[in-house]
Design a protein around this ligand. Structure first.
Ligand code: XMP
Length: 326
């Protein structure tokens, strides 16, 4: 385990200069490890895999192939941003896999939270495996493992779920940020020129919006989660809350209630707003939100999101509620 311990001499990366020194060092190390061979990376668009992609693009350019799997559970605009940043701006080899139907078909009727996680994880490995088999001569697999993943501290679950590849598809691992803490990954990401929206992104669970569409996922309710989440994020950004609140999102439960729109009775879903502050996700407190903002977000969600007639605000700390609803 010796090479899984952060070297004591390693200074905390807090400034652009320290980030640049780390980047230069890693580029040299990656070139030494990979040589003229090929490397594969599952690129979710989260800050960890994005920083690894940007480092590898600088180090070995087109020897890197990134695979972005759209499982249909990503936030609004995320797949497009991955394509824009990595394919269009950084000129990376990027394979975009539209696996939306596959995932949603597999998830149909699955209501238990842990079963949903298992279906998503297993299907992800299957899709990634299929893409890996299509490519020739890959010898390395890059992963955005960070130091807290190694330490396994706190309940923020490891989301690097490509470890389950079959025996005949084993690659040598490339893990350039495995000794970094999250704040250091962000400083490095900023120095690598990644957009702020990627670098300062709030934590997002591996199963994505899937655990915010409570119970068995349906396409219409999933769209309601995605659209209401986009409105919430837009309003938080506009009102200076985006960098201040640790995690904020919407949930759509699987029950309906009566309402009234344009003089007509409706029977639609509620959207729940969750916004919390925490240090380590083990405990969390509810972020205090200005009431006029809550009213404005409610008005937008009920008028802009299809199938929704009510907005609720979850004011439960952790404990007793977990941060996610599933
Ligand atoms: P809970 O809901 O357990 O969440 O209070 C604590 C933190 O972990 C995130 N979370 C996950 N992250 N895969 C992940 O990668 C998961 O299955 C998962 N479930 C919860 C959650 O968003 C919060 O930041």
């Amino acid at each position: 385990m010796a090479d899984n311990k952060r070297p004591e001499s390693m200074a905390r990366i807090t400034t652009p200069a320290l980030a640049q020194a780390f980047i230069d060092e890693q580029i040299a190390a990656l070139r030494a490890q990979i040589g003229d061979k090929k490397v594969l990376l599952a690129l979710s668009g989260g800050v960890d895999s994005s920083v690894v992609a940007a480092l590898l693009i600088k180090a070995v350019g087109k020897q890197l192939t990134c695979v972005h799997v759209n499982h249909g559970l990503l936030r609004k605009g995320e797949p497009e941003q991955v394509i824009e940043v990595f394919r269009n701006q950084m000129d990376a080899n990027l394979i975009y896999v539209d696996a939306v139907d596959r995932f949603l078909d597999k998830l149909a009727g699955v209501s238990d939270p842990e079963s949903k996680r298992k279906v998503i994880g297993a299907e992800f490995i299957r899709v990634f495996e299929e893409e890996a088999r299509k490519l020739e001569g890959i010898e390395f697999l890059a992963q955005g493992t960070i130091y807290p993943d190694i330490l396994e501290s706190g309940p923020v679950k490891a989301h690097h779920n490509v470890g389950g590849l079959p025996e005949d598809l084993q690659f040598e691992l490339v893990e350039p940020i495995k000794f970094l803490y999250k704040d250091e990954v962000r400083v490095v990401g900023k120095q690598l020129g990644l957009p702020d929206g990627m670098v300062y992104r709030q934590p997002f669970p591996g199963p994505g919006l899937g655990v915010r569409c409570v119970g068995a996922i349906t396409r219409d309710r999933l769209e309601a989660v995605r659209e209401s989440d986009a409105i919430l994020r837009e309003e938080f950004a506009k009102n200076g809350l985006a960098g201040k609140v640790w995690q904020y999102f919407t949930i759509v439960p699987d029950f309906k209630s009566t309402g009234i729109t344009d003089g007509k009775r409706t029977y639609d879903w509620p959207v729940v707003i969750r916004a919390i502050n925490t240090v380590d996700a083990v405990t969390a407190e509810v972020a205090e939100l200005p009431f006029p903002l809550l009213q404005h977000i409610t008005a937008r969600i009920t008028s802009e999101v299809k199938g929704v007639n009510r907005v609720l605000w979850d004011i439960t700390p952790k404990p007793s509620g977990t941060i996610e609803w599933e």
